[in-house]
Design a protein around this ligand. Structure first.
Ligand code: UDP
Length: 360
């Protein structure tokens, strides 16, 4: 362990690890600390019965940038994986995202022309949709909205679709081809040996201290380095002086099945029904092929506001939080020698590729 570091990096998630990786390549010294007992932040995967379990929800790396794809593959092998989730509505299964397969399953239409006609018939026009409900109704009509969107979204966000911004669904495409790929990006994959190993390799050359909460000992830890990279929650750094930023909290329940190696037949199943308490189930072994027996299925439960407990997952970008964040940001700008970064440090939803791209 060095006595003094160029950088003290608070948080061993992807942002902290990418920062460390770049700094080390430039000949700088880094101490990475994390309050958790493991590296990886929310990308953390754990090997359970020989299967890499995504402990904080499915992470599927995707990018349109060859540079980003080549970079991550230079660190670890990424196995190509195309996410083609299915939706279970009652006892019926539909393909996602909305595409010709879904339209065929729903309406029996077989050609793009027929689908276009049917969508046009169903759509409830609205020139300037102001909320998610108006947007979805105007794009695909009431049947799809009620079957696939309303229950799922209101479970996940704990609010009515009529109170949510249009942007909530900006990542979910509607296609008139028989293409079940959830994402449009050119390169998609999962690290063969798990995200924890990927992050571990990014952190090579850095000193690491786990189970240490920077905020509990900030004076002493700060003195160990020239610059602090703080990837924890920005409001916690400032002792919540303007109040607490809110997040949507998500809980996970892992179920091990020893007697089957294929429980649900797909990596991701969505449950749009309002009566089902979880939104998704993930069968991890379908992400990266493996020979081990047994399978692990994780159910994802929306837990509502993080202010009522749980871990901070999705930033809730409403007026209250935006304004509060702006005030914290102002303080952050004045905090000499500290850089705030990452999902919690910048209070924004980051896709993994966006973080990688910043540092290469
Ligand atoms: N969504 C939905 N039904 C689905 C899948 C997604 O209504 O079966 C909506 C929902 O509002 C969700 C949004 O699309 O919040 C974005 O979904 P995505 O899968 O991108 O969510 P994430 O992976 O970020 O949790």
């Amino acid at each position: 362990m060095a006595e003094h570091y160029d950088y003290i990096i608070v948080g061993a998630g992807l942002y902290g690890a990418m920062f460390a990786h770049k700094a080390i390549r430039e000949g700088k010294s880094c101490l990475v600390i994390d309050r958790r007992s493991h590296i990886g932040g929310y990308c953390y995967t754990e090997n359970v019965h020989g299967i890499e379990v995504h402990k904080f929800g499915a992470h599927i790396f995707r990018t349109n940038s060859k540079k980003v794809w080549d970079f991550v593959n230079s660190i670890a092998d990424f196995i190509p994986f195309v996410n083609a989730p299915i939706a279970r509505v009652g006892e019926k299964i539909y393909n996602l995202p909305f595409n010709m397969n879904t339209f065929n399953e729903l309406w029996g239409v077989t050609t793009p022309e027929e689908a276009r006609e049917k969508i046009k018939e169903s759509a409830i026009p609205c020139e300037h949709p102001e909320n998610l409900e108006q947007f979805v109704l105007s794009a695909v009509g009431r049947e799809i909205y009620e079957k696939f969107i309303k229950g799922y979204t209101e479970k996940q966000w704990g609010r009515k679709c009529s109170e949510l911004p249009v942007s909530t669904m900006s990542r979910v495409p509607i296609r008139l081809t028989y293409n079940n790929s959830y994402y449009n990006e050119l390169y998609q994959g999962i690290p063969a040996e798990g995200y924890t190993e990927f992050i571990n390799r990014l952190l090579r050359g850095a000193d690491i201290r786990l189970g240490v909460n920077y905020l509990d000992d900030r004076e002493a830890l700060r003195r160990l380095g020239d610059t602090v990279i703080f990837t924890g929650a920005i409001d916690s750094y400032f002792d919540y002086c303007f109040g607490r930023l809110d997040y949507q909290a998500v809980g996970f329940q892992d179920v091990y099945h020893a007697n089957t190696d294929n429980f649900q037949g797909n990596a991701v199943v969505n449950y749009p029904d309002a009566g089902v308490p979880y939104t998704r189930s993930i069968e991890h072994r379908h992400f990266v092929p493996t020979d081990v027996p047994g399978t692990i299925v994780t159910y994802e439960f929306p837990l509502g506001s993080y202010l009522n407990g749980g871990d901070p997952s999705y930033p809730i970008l409403n007026e209250r939080n935006r304004e509060m964040y702006a005030r914290y940001r102002e303080l952050a700008e004045k905090e000499h020698g500290v850089i705030f970064g990452g999902r919690l440090g910048e209070y924004r939803y980051y896709a993994m590729n966006d973080i990688v791209e910043k540092f290469i």
